[in-house]
Every structure is written in C-alpha cells, then in structure tokens.
Design a protein around this ligand. Structure first.
Ligand code: BGC
Length: 409
C-alpha cells in the first residue's frame, strides 16, 4: 500500500502541467452506458485534476458505429486529441499511414515494457518497434451473466455452466421469462459465438484455428459442436428483442431474462444498479466450461495534430492512463482488469477477483482483434447476423465461416 501511495504521488507530480493554462483535448470513445459513463468520468476527472481539460467526445451506438466515424475523422483531416480503439488491428492502417503519434518516448520514460502485463497488450500497440497506444484495460468477452432470482423463483439451482443453462431453459421459458438476452447489434451475436468457441471447442482446437490458422480443425468436429451450441443459443434468444448490449444486461438485472453472454463490461451495469456479485447475479467465465480469458480490451491512440502544445498534452494523457491511480479508479468502475499487476485491487468484486485469479494463473489467450483482421471479423459479424436472424443450418453457417477465415490467410 505504501509503495502504491508513493508511486501515485510521483505520477501526479510528473503529470503537472508546465503552464497555468489548460490544454484541451477532445477524446472520442463509445462508452455511453451507465457503467461505461461512470468509468470514463474517472479518466476525465484525473486529466482535469492534473491541469489539462478533457473534452468528452462520446459516440453512441457501440464500437461498430463509433469506429468508422473515428477513422473517417482522422483520415479526413479532422482528428481528435485521443481516441479509444480495441487494442489489436483496428488502428493498424492509421498507424501505417503515418497519422498516429509515436508514444515510444512516453512508454520508455514510464517503463511500460516492464509494467504492462500481459506483454501481448503492448505488442498489440507496437508497429515496427514503435509504440502507438496506451492500453487501459483487459476486457474478456467470454462470460455468462445470470440472474439468481430467476432461478430462485423457479426453485432450481443457478446453473454452473452452459450445459446446465441450456437444460434449465425450458423451465425459464415456461415461466414467461427470456432464457437468453441478446441485443440486435451484429457484434453481440459474434461475441456470443466467440465465447462458445473456447467454451465448447476447448483450448487446443481454439488455438489451432485462431493462432495457428489450421483450417482443417476449423472445418472439423469440435467446431461443428460450436455451431450446434450457437443454434441452441439462437432458440433461447428468440424472445429477446432489444438492441443495445446494456438493454440486454438490464433484462438480466431486472430478472426478466435468465442470462446473457457478454463481456465483463456488463459488471459496470450491475454495479450502477446496486447489484452484488454472488448474491444477485452469477458470472461464469468461459461459460463455466473452460476458464480462459482472452486479453482484449481498450487502448487510447493519439492522432498527430501538428501542434506542439497539444502533443505534449497527448503525451501527458497517455502516461496518466497507465498510471497506478488511474488504473485502479477506472477499472473498478469499468469491470475490467488493470493492465499492470503491481496495483492493489482489494475493492474488486467476486467476478473481477475471478478474472484477476485466472489472469495471474496465466490462462490467457489473445483476443479476436489480435488474431484476425477487421475485414475477416466484419465478414463473420455479417454471417452471425444472418445466422441468428434466420433458420440457417449450423452446417451451412460453419462452411461459410471457414470460407471467411480462409479469406484472411
Ligand atoms: C469495449 C468495451 C465496451 C464494450 C461495449 C468493447 O468493444 O472494449 O470497453 O464496454 O465494447 O460498449
């Protein structure tokens, strides 16, 4: 604790501006749900407290809507001071086009190579040996969130894994509840499918496909089982008509739905609603079948602005985002895990503790954004939309999915 305090004081003094006037930076992101807004407010508060000015540029509609807007502003000559992307390949073309600020000096001055854990997070920010982003969190998408009350009312135990969840669904349905809450935006069904990959196919098959790009395994039996699980999930989600992910989470919070497959950012919503992990809701990592965390998440990138004063503020913000005190304040509200292992998260709830434990144990895999290009991911999102909204057979969807992956090799 003592070390943390001293480190915080040092970081705060380093962050103090050299001039009295605040430098304004517009920061774009897609954090607009209750929990997300509470978390991003911590970043803004810290930046303002250190003498600069955060101009909030929230873009509603989720990452799928926000990213094209962010990218076209940067390529179209109207860059913001900083912007969220998922760390991985989303900003790669912008970096390669020379549009983004090189943060290598900030990273070196603040020892990012030694403190950022797992190192893959910094690797995902690195292009040709230079560092272009400041990672702020680890978000893992493969969780099943359950309403305890739905099961208490039915007089049956809360499921401990996906198979039990599917088996209990007819009772949930008969009680007039929605077995599986799912929002309509394309990325959400894609995320659910991604969670099923590790849970159902298992780690070896997952790695063979996503890391080694083995297309025989992709076309094989383990993945046929994943598509069958997705077809089951499609049935369970038939009664879910909401659009946004947080509306779907709200169905679980208000006990209208039994469960939702969603990233750990859902925790922010449960928290804002005053719900307690373990008491009001249950979280099952790897859908309770295979406890792995894929280490995706968020990072901030800084477009080149050709303005030395702004550039200095961009670098101050980059350093601050990685600092211990901002990491604690932000991640506790966001429901994500910090990108450094040297800080105290004693206040974490049971679900975050589970995530921290799995992270420390090293059961981690790279995220989809790190494994596949935005193009392949977009094709798979489109496929998932079609699959979840039609009666497309699991076998047909499976064949098309393998084709999509092959297009990215
Ligand atoms: C981001 C999260 C965010 C979620 C839903 C993900 O892409 O990594 O930070 O909470 O989208 O908006």
């Amino acid at each position: 604790m003592k070390t943390l305090k001293i480190a915080s004081m040092l970081a705060a003094s380093v962050a103090l501006p050299l001039t009295a006037s605040a430098t304004e930076l517009e920061v774009t992101h897609w954090w607009t749900s209750g929990g997300e807004a509470a978390a991003v407010a911590e970043l803004a508060k810290a930046f303002d407290a250190s003498g600069d000015k955060w101009i909030d540029g929230a873009i509603a509609g989720g990452g799928g809507t926000a990213r094209p807007i962010m990218i076209s502003r940067i390529t179209g000559g109207d860059p913001m001071g900083a912007t969220q992307f998922n760390h991985g390949q989303q900003a790669l073309e912008l970096v390669e086009a020379g549009l983004m600020l090189d943060l290598t000096d900030v990273a070196e001055a603040n020892n990012w190579k030694d403190i950022v854990y797992p190192p893959s997070l910094l690797d995902a920010c690195t292009v040709d040996g230079k560092i272009y982003c400041a990672p702020v969190n680890i978000h893992s998408p493969e969780w099943l969130w359950l309403s305890n009350k739905v099961y208490e009312d039915l007089g049956i135990p809360v499921p401990t894994n996906w198979n039990e969840f599917v088996a209990s669904a007819p009772q949930v349905d008969a009680a007039g509840k929605i077995p599986l809450a799912l929002g309509n935006q394309p990325w959400q069904s894609n995320l659910a499918f991604g969670a099923m990959q590790i849970a159902v196919a298992g780690l070896d098959a997952w790695k063979a496909v996503n890391v080694d790009k083995n297309m025989d395994v992709a076309a094989g039996a383990e993945y046929a089982a994943v598509f069958q699980a997705a077809a089951d999930a499609r049935e369970l989600a038939r009664k879910s008509t909401v659009q946004d992910w947080n509306q779907a989470t709200n169905l679980v919070i208000t006990d209208q739905a039994a469960g939702q497959i969603m990233g750990d950012w859902a925790q922010g919503e449960f928290q804002v609603a005053g719900e307690v992990a373990g008491k009001d809701y249950t979280c099952l990592l790897g859908l309770g079948l295979n406890e792995y965390i894929s280490t995706g998440g968020d990072a901030f990138y800084f477009p080149k602005l050709d303005d030395p004063e702004k550039e200095a503020a961009q670098k101050r913000l980059a350093a601050q985002l990685v600092s211990p005190e901002v990491q604690v304040a932000f991640n506790l509200k966001k429901g994500s895990l910090p990108i450094r292992g040297d800080i105290d998260l004693a206040a974490a709830n049971d679900c975050m503790k589970k995530g921290l434990e799995v992270l420390a144990g090293g059961n981690i895999v790279p995220s989809g954004d790190m494994n596949w290009s935005p193009d392949v991911q977009k094709q798979n999102e489109d496929l998932m939309v079609e699959f979840w909204k039609s009666d497309m057979s699991p076998a047909d969807a499976h064949a098309k999915w393998v084709e999509n992956l092959k297009s990215g090799l």
